[in-house]
Design a protein around this ligand. Structure first.
Ligand code: ADP
Ligand code: GLC
Length: 473
């Protein structure tokens, strides 16, 4: 079976969040279970030159907006599987990966160029695996082309929803510019008087998936469907949830090159060295018996920063260290800065994006808080589990699927989990965690339960293969 995975970001070429981790790792995982896959992603200004192994296509002439866009395609296997990176400087050589008013045009181009590339290399995939709104355009183009172009006749599409909150909306009046003028295409994009790339992908793809089982149900509700719950309900018999995996070659405390010391479930001594290293990195006094509660995230409302704001003072008064790595909305950045100013001997803040620091925090912290408002899957709680850093999460989406609440009577559970989106419930769980931390045997039991949990990609990849087979049937 041949699969082409199309994604707006993929590690190590580009990443702003979990989509990058997933799209980078899935093709490698597919290869490991015997599936021939190719990844197609843009070449950004941020993509490091060392990953561009060679120029595969010098003249990828993409018919576009009535002319020809002279793009290039680089080839690489830096993520462990064959990858083509589409190089279109005016669209992708910019200061950031997203955030432009014409993002819809940038990804409409990318999708079209990806299909041009697949045809150029002469390998029609049986499965076109599309990710998030950025790939809604390819879903429609494929559905149309399949009717008259024999090259695409046997290709089926799988559309994965990583985050329903981002839908790629734009004006209907632009559709024709991107080659979508048929009634079919206009109908597919049309949503509340606008065009929505997410809606198009959901409507015309042959099969749908999302990144955890619980989120597959949540997006069928008004609360989490962001206006499209009627469509996910309508297509529920073609929608499944597959929980993301973790790339344990990248996230493994026994081998992670970013760490001051290595450790594993059988030898935890190195975790103490990582804790010391982390406190020093943030210029905090080294008091090894004080727990560190950490957070690494895009600073948006999705991640429950409002709850953190309400209880941060209590955490500090309880005596814990708090460490935050993230950037995003100004009000949240300001909050972290003011907390740091309030308790400079207990709070460490790094505003920005740093992959190496993310690894050091996962290793050195004792607890990881993730009180998300909604969370399609979430990767950091799974990284935390493997690094013996106990997650404190809200029971939503993938957080609910991957974290089990500690049960002191039976000795089961790998973290702390609360339900309602309320600061008092969150604080209760923080106190429970701090209490458990006070008893070394209890703490080590929780850590061991987490560290032994298998969230490897192998399981997830097999489920994708089943989904692909089901799609082809
Ligand atoms: P989302 O995709 O919604 O942002 P996930 O938990 O799925 O959430 O994935 C987030 C990924 O991005 C993780 O790999 C996390 O470590 C990383 N990340 C987020 N913010 C930062 C940051 N400021 N610096 C380094 N890595 C970050
Ligand atoms: C999205 C979601 C996150 C998920 C990631 C990868 O960005 O917000 O929960 O883990 O995609 O699927």
């Amino acid at each position: 079976m041949r699969v082409a995975v199309i994604s707006a970001e993929a590690v190590p070429y580009s990443k702003t969040g979990g989509l990058g981790d997933v799209a980078g790792a899935l093709p490698k995982a597919l290869k490991a279970v015997g599936i021939d896959s190719v990844l197609i992603t843009p070449c950004y200004l941020q993509t490091k030159g060392e990953y561009l192994w060679n120029t595969a296509i010098e003249d990828l002439n993409v018919d576009w907006r009535g002319g020809v866009y002279p793009a290039k395609a680089f080839y690489s296997e830096a993520n462990g599987s064959p990858t083509f990176l589409i190089d279109a400087p005016s669209y992708f050589h910019r200061d950031s990966i997203y955030g432009y008013t014409e993002d819809h045009e940038r990804f409409a181009f990318f999708n079209h160029a990806a299909l041009v590339l697949l045809k150029r290399i002469g390998a029609a995939p049986e499965i076109l695996h599309l990710n998030d709104w950025h790939c809604g355009f390819a879903a429609v183009e494929l559905a149309e082309k399949r009717r008259w172009d024999p090259f695409w006749r046997n290709t089926r599409s799988v559309f994965s929803i990583h985050n329903m909150a981002y839908q790629g909306g734009f004006s209907n009046s632009e559709l024709w510019k991107f080659g979508f003028s048929s009634d079919f295409a206009r109908g597919a994009f049309s949503f509340n008087g606008f065009a929505s790339a997410m809606k198009a992908g959901l409507e015309v793809s042959d099969m749908l998936s999302t990144v955890s089982r619980r989120y597959a149900m949540e997006i069928q509700t008004v609360e989490n469907g962001y206006g499209l719950d009627w469509l996910t309900r309508q297509r529920a018999n073609r929608l499944i949830g597959i929980t993301n995996g973790v790339d344990y070659e990248v996230w493994n405390p026994a081998t992670d090159p970013e760490l001051a010391s290595h450790f594993s479930i059988d030898d935890m001594a190195g975790k103490q060295a990582c804790k010391r290293d982390l406190l020093e990195a943030f210029s905090l006094p080294v008091e090894m018996n004080r727990p560190i509660i950490a957070n690494i995230t895009r600073l948006t409302a999705q991640k429950g920063i409002d709850l953190m704001m309400q209880i941060a003072g209590e955490i500090v008064h309880a005596g814990a260290y708090v460490i935050s790595l993230g950037s995003g909305e100004k009000k949240y950045e300001d909050f972290w800065q003011s907390l740091r100013d309030y308790a400079p001997r207990q709070v460490g803040v790094y505003r920005g994006y740093s992959e190496p620091l993310a690894h050091r925090i996962e290793a050195g912290a004792d607890m990881f808080m993730m009180p998300s408002k909604f969370e399609p899957c979430g990767l950091n709680q799974m990284y935390s589990l493997r690094y013996g850093t106990v997650p404190i999460v809200r029971a939503v989406g993938g957080l609910d699927d991957t974290v089990q609440n500690w049960d002191a009577v039976n000795g089961t559970g790998n973290g702390f989990k609360f339900g309602p989106y309320r600061a008092d419930r969150f604080l209760e769980k923080i106190y429970e965690a701090l209490f458990a931390y006070g008893d070394p045997d209890t703490w080590s039991a929780i850590q061991r339960n987490g560290m032994s949990q298998d969230n490897s990609w192998e399981n997830a990849a097999r489920k994708y293969v089943d989904l692909y087979r089901w799609t082809l049937d």
